[in-house]
Design a protein around this ligand. Structure first.
Ligand code: HEM
Length: 265
């Protein structure tokens, strides 16, 4: 049965993070794949995205068959290297600090990689990139959870009153905890079942990723005492990724109308 949909890309310009599944269809078919296999086409008058028939979405994309497991393995490399360094005593004189920094760095990098997917997809026209986003986001959460566990266990030894005092007194800990708390519902609802259950609210909920990005960068900026270069670079990348989501086309059109109106006045 053909159930192709046609989505006008112009509506995408109003949407800060257009998702290829604007209608998480509560398809009764358990094989329903949220990661649609989309074809992009251009016509002379309109740019359009044409969703293939649902039956076509189950056809595994050849490139993705390799890219997904490769990315999965690549995202595990920092963890494997860290375990290796800990086991061989190569983490330096302060292993807890090294683990905290490593896991924090990778949580932030993967969070930014997750945020880079949509702009990259728009820039390259490679719709399949979206199918890597969930994995990147879940890995960001994985490293953030490791980071937090290191803090709770190896740094604070589960001393709950001290942890509570830290959260209240140190702003960088406060925003770090806020970022992690906000990541939790996104990780939980990343499954196909939740996407189906939440419908359009899923997309609204997942816009929290922008706030998480801001909090994570703030967390880093706040904890650094002297050299702001590295957190500054992350802040600049985040600013770019957020700016890429602004509806520039709509603004340009509006500005053109304003100028045309003032010229005729
Ligand atoms: C429960 C939440 C969190 C706690 C308690 C926490 C705690 C910490 C601590 C104690 C440090 C080391 C500070 C220092 O060296 O003086 C740190 C560093 C860092 N954290 Fe977090 N953090 C949290 C959440 C996050 C999240 C969600 C991210 C990113 C998504 C993140 C990214 C970083 C980064 C990038 C660093 C700096 C690493 C470096 O210096 O190379 N943190 N965090």
């Amino acid at each position: 049965m053909s159930r192709g949909r046609v989505v006008d890309l112009d509506t995408e310009s109003d949407d800060p993070d257009f998702d290829p599944d604007p209608d998480p269809d509560p398809d009764p078919d358990p094989d329903f794949d949220f990661d649609f296999d989309w074809n992009t086409r251009k016509s002379a008058s309109q740019r359009m995205i044409i969703a293939p028939a649902i039956s076509g979405t189950r056809r595994p994309d050849t490139a993705l068959r390799w890219v997904k497991p490769l990315l999965f393995a690549a995202c595990l490399v920092p963890f494997a290297l860290l375990v290796w360094r800990v086991l061989t005593g190569a983490v330096g004189p302060n292993p807890v600090e090294a683990i905290t920094h490593d896991t924090g760095d990778w949580a932030l990098r993967l969070l930014l990689a997750t945020l880079a997917v949509t702009p990259l997809r728009r820039l390259t026209g490679q719709a399949w990139l979206v199918r890597l986003r969930r994995m990147l986001g879940l890995y960001a959460f994985f490293y953030a959870a490791l980071h937090f566990t290191t803090y709770l266990w190896l740094d604070q030894f589960f001393d709950w009153p001290a942890i509570a005092a830290d959260i209240v007194k140190r702003p960088y800990i406060t925003v770090g905890v806020a970022a992690l708390v906000l990541m939790l519902p996104l990780a939980v609802t990343s499954t196909k079942g939740w996407i189906r259950r939440l419908g359009p609210r899923w997309k609204q909920l997942h816009r929290l990723v922008y706030a998480i990005g801001v909090l994570a960068v703030l967390h880093y900026l706040w904890l650094v005492k002297a050299d702001l270069l590295e957190p500054g670079i992350y802040a600049a990348i985040l600013a770019l990724l957020l700016a890429a989501r602004l509806p520039w086309r709509a603004w340009r059109a509006w500005w053109g109308r304003v100028r045309a109106a003032s010229d005729t006045a």
